[in-house]
Design a protein around this ligand. Structure first.
Ligand code: TH1
Length: 810
């Protein structure tokens, strides 16, 4: 691996590089120019390894996985890449000599926010683990010109601002003009006899979009592996533009240009809900077709094996259903371009593709209207129609007269294309992302498919990169771990278990307490600078950060905050352990209830923070624009991790794991990966409350839950509910939509049902925190067991059980 020998060499190279890039003297460089200079220097370090990695994969014909995801929520790359090449300290020292502070340079990088939340961040952790484990695997996605919107809070409410993250360029990417491909949309497709007794497809009058790849290096951890994240950008073809212009219709020509450029302009800001826009369908096909065409071209040019053996060398993974069109697209290429028959093409396709499901919320299941689908993708529609026809024929033969069965597994039904059904049928592997979630898939969401293909289903519990979420974001804790158990855990996070031997060691626990204190002070400084607010660092930092969604129940949290406030206000003699309630998260712009929840949190925060009677005992703050970078400050500072979704709704959650790894105690329901966290640490080291998934399910199936009864029976619920609509909050503000969802719409997510158990769980948290030594012990146990939640473990499971990859040492 290329490195900088020492800080002297760093400074020499930096000087030359900066002069070439900026034609300036060093003292005139802006911080952003310093950032870019270092970024390009890191790229220079890895460029040989990047080329070499690809060479080795091709020479050895290693099986490679392509991880297709409509989102990759990378976060900033400078520090993680410096850590990857082992050069953070040299760089820091060199910059210091030249008069710059690396910690002030790092924030110059715009946070690449090409994702909404957990699904996109999971994809980023996965490619990080692939490279760290020296596995041949690459990411494939879209180079959105605008990432997820920037959130501002104005007059208590969320305002969405465009995230023009590419303004100063993105030094990590390499545009590969020679690797561009064309993706076709619209036109007509039909079958006709080919003269040899078979049918062939004619596809005509389509319009072409040029897909240009931008490659980003994915740098392993202290090894020579550099994999690739390939991001596609849509460009109009100049020829098509000139042809239109030459035909005299300038408006048509510019409409064409604009419509093409729109394809890679915005990331859809929806999380866990279906966004039924035509442009989104175009994005999905654009990504899949461009990615697959380039894979097939590479396969033929470099691997040079038969297309019938494609699946021996290539694994295609789809992150939720957004890339599920890879199934008919591969069928199209194998049949229309490689001349394979249907049966053989289907075999190769199913053996190549594997699918991960990330949600069981019905509103998040992707469905497209058939007329729109057909118009946009006529050739792909013919293939999907044929897949469906053959499949239903088989189902009706196997289950004669059982139309329920047919309905539950059909790909085309009720005028819609059901993407999850297509994904299950066209894959050899289907997995959920936590045990309870995988069980729900088998028992209900995909039950009929499970009876047809039981062997396809498995669980792969999510994980997180301990490199980003511990080594990088919490160096204080990482150093303490090194001093206590040695450094092996950095390569093998399961070794964190060694910490159990110190979980009752008084001097270790004191140091652990000191680290947490330091991280809370860093958080407090951020809050002081940004909000001119002083938070009490000896208070319990109680944090809920995630997308705002009714099922995640930020409402439950804030209703408890309101209850606690009323209680303290009315009982001035009561002393509690002081609390700081921190919230963060974005709401989809069109999600009224979520946006009203943000306003409620902000209104309550002002009421609490300005009331001198209680503000020594509790404070509340909504942190603006939660993203990866803010997460890196928040997770290390948290004492309590709020994981309070309605049981059965959160497929996994991954923030829960980031908190745990940084020593926070989980306050949660038996949902998603909380179940496994609870199993790892036991009742003593987390606080579980509320309805279980089966109880929630029973209420949905048999009824018997009345939100109004809860309201009638519980005085505390009445008090907080009334205040939502009686004008007693803020300046007479009301929250009708939230009130209605809780009472008139019968509280779909059981907020009121779980209210009292949640309040009790919060008392339990306070009691435990009171015993500092016991709390720190729990904190240590959580860190020790967090190694299980490293995405390295998750990726090894995918690599062994689904992709069949082998480690490539070089
Ligand atoms: C999330 C799940 O809600 C979360 O529980 C899980 O930990 C995470 O995926 C990673 O597995 C999902 N995000 C999305 C985003 C879209 C559609 C469905 C889901 S599920 C756009």
């Amino acid at each position: 691996m290329n490195t900088w020998q020492d800080k002297e060499e760093f400074k020499k190279i930096f000087t030359v590089k900066a002069h070439i890039l900026w034609e300036k003297e060093l003292q005139d460089l802006t911080p952003n120019e310093v950032y870019q200079t270092v970024a390009y220097m890191v790229r220079d370090l890895v460029s040989e390894d990047w080329i070499r990695t690809n060479q080795i994969y091709a020479e050895e014909k290693a099986k490679q996985v392509y991880y297709f995801s409509i989102e990759f929520l990378l976060g900033r790359l400078l520090q993680s890449n410096l850590i990857g090449v082992g050069m953070e300290d040299v760089c820091r020292a060199g910059l210091k000599d030249l008069g710059w502070d690396l910690d002030k340079i790092i924030p110059e990088e715009r946070d690449p926010g090409l994702g909404n939340g957990g699904l996109g961040r999971l994809a980023a952790c996965f490619i990080d683990s692939l490279a760290a484990l020296q596995l041949p695997g690459h990411g494939c996605s879209i180079r959105y010109q605008y990432g997820l919107f920037n959130q501002r809070i104005i007059d208590d409410q969320q305002v969405e601002l465009p995230d023009n993250w590419l303004v100063n360029g993105f030094p990590w990417e390499v545009k590969k003009v020679d690797k561009a491909v064309n993706v076709r949309f619209g036109g007509n497709a039909y079958m006709r006899p080919d003269g040899e007794g078979n049918l062939e497809c004619v596809y005509e009058k389509y319009s072409s979009v040029r897909a240009v790849p931008y490659d980003v290096p994915v740098i392993g951890y202290h090894n020579h592996t550099v994999n690739t994240l390939r991001l596609w950008r849509a460009e109009y073809s100049r020829e098509d533009m000139y042809r239109e212009l030459s035909m005299g219709d300038r408006h048509r020509a510019f409409r064409y240009k604009n419509s093409v450029q729109l394809i890679s302009r915005f990331l859809y800001p929806e999380d866990s809900t279906e966004e039924g826009r035509k442009l989104r369908l175009m994005q999905e096909y654009f990504m899949v077709s461009a990615g697959l065409q380039s894979i097939v071209r590479y396969y033929k040019k470099k691997i040079k094996e038969s297309m019938y053996d494609f699946d021996h060398y290539i694994a295609l993974h789809i992150n939720d259903t957004h890339p599920a069109l890879i199934i008919p697209e591969l069928m199209r290429i194998l049949m229309d371009e490689e001349g394979m028959n249907w049966e053989d093409a289907w075999k190769v396709t199913v053996r190549s593709v594997a699918y991960t499901n990330h949600t069981v919320l019905p509103e998040a299941m992707e469905k497209w209207s058939i007329p729109m689908f057909k118009e946009l993708l006529p050739r792909i529609y013919l293939i999907v129609d044929e897949i469906n026809r053959r499949w239903l024929k088989e189902v009706r033969k196997r289950y004669p007269g059982n139309e329920d069965m047919a309905r539950n597994v059909a790909i085309l039904w009720d005028g819609q294309v059901h993407m999850a059904h297509l994904a299950v049928l066209g894959s050899h592997s289907v997995n959920g992302v936590a045990e309870i979630h995988s069980q729900i898939l088998k028992d209900s969401t995909l039950h009929q498919f499970y009876t047809c293909f039981p062997a396809r289903f498995s669980n792969k519990t999510n994980g997180i990169s301990h490199r980003r979420w511990l080594i990088q974001s919490n160096p204080q804790l990482a150093d303490l771990l090194d001093d206590t158990i040695g450094t092996d855990w950095r390569r093998d996070p399961r070794r964190l278990l060694d910490l159990k031997g110190y979980s009752s060691d008084g001097s270790f626990l004191e140091q652990l307490g000191q680290v947490k204190k330091t991280r809370k002070e860093i958080m407090a400084d951020y809050i002081k600078k940004k909000y001119a607010m002083t938070v009490d660092t000896s208070s319990i930092f109680d944090v809920q950060i995630k997308r705002i969604h009714l099922y995640k129940r930020q409402l439950l949290n804030i209703l408890h905050v309101m209850h606690l406030y009323y209680f303290l206000r009315d009982n001035p003699k009561v002393q509690i352990t002081p609390r700081t309630f921190l919230f963060g998260g974005k709401a989809a712009a069109s999600y009224g209830e979520a946006k009203q929840t943000i306003r409620l949190i902000n209104v309550v925060a002002r009421m609490v923070n300005t009331d001198r009677r209680v503000s020594k005992q509790m404070q509340v703050l909504f942190l603006e624009n939660y993203n990866v970078s803010l997460g890196q400050i928040l997770f290390p500072a948290a004492d309590v991790s709020e994981q309070i979704s309605t049981a059965g709704k959160e497929a996994s959650g991954t923030g829960n794991m980031k908190f745990m790894m940084n020593g926070a105690i989980t306050l949660g329901t038996m949902d998603g990966a909380n179940v496994e966290i609870h199993r790892e640490v036991g009742d003593d080291n987390c606080v579980i409350f509320g309805l279980r998934a089966n109880e929630v399910m029973d209420y949905y199936i048999h009824g018997g839950y009345s939100a109004w009864n809860m309201y009638g029976q519980d005085e505390n619920i009445r008090q907080v509910m009334n205040s939502l609509v009686d004008g007693s909050l803020g300046y007479g503000e009301t929250f009708d939509m939230l009130y209605e969802s809780l009472l008139d719409r019968n509280d779909e997510y059981f907020v009121l049902k779980d209210f009292e158990p949640y309040c009790k769980a919060q008392v339990e948290i306070a009691n435990r925190y009171h015993d500092r030594r016991h709390w720190l012990h729990s904190s240590a146990i959580n860190i020790a067991h967090s190694g299980y939640f490293s995405s390295d473990r998750t990726i090894m499971q995918y690599a062994n059980d689904i992709w069949h990859l082998r480690k490539m040492i070089h």
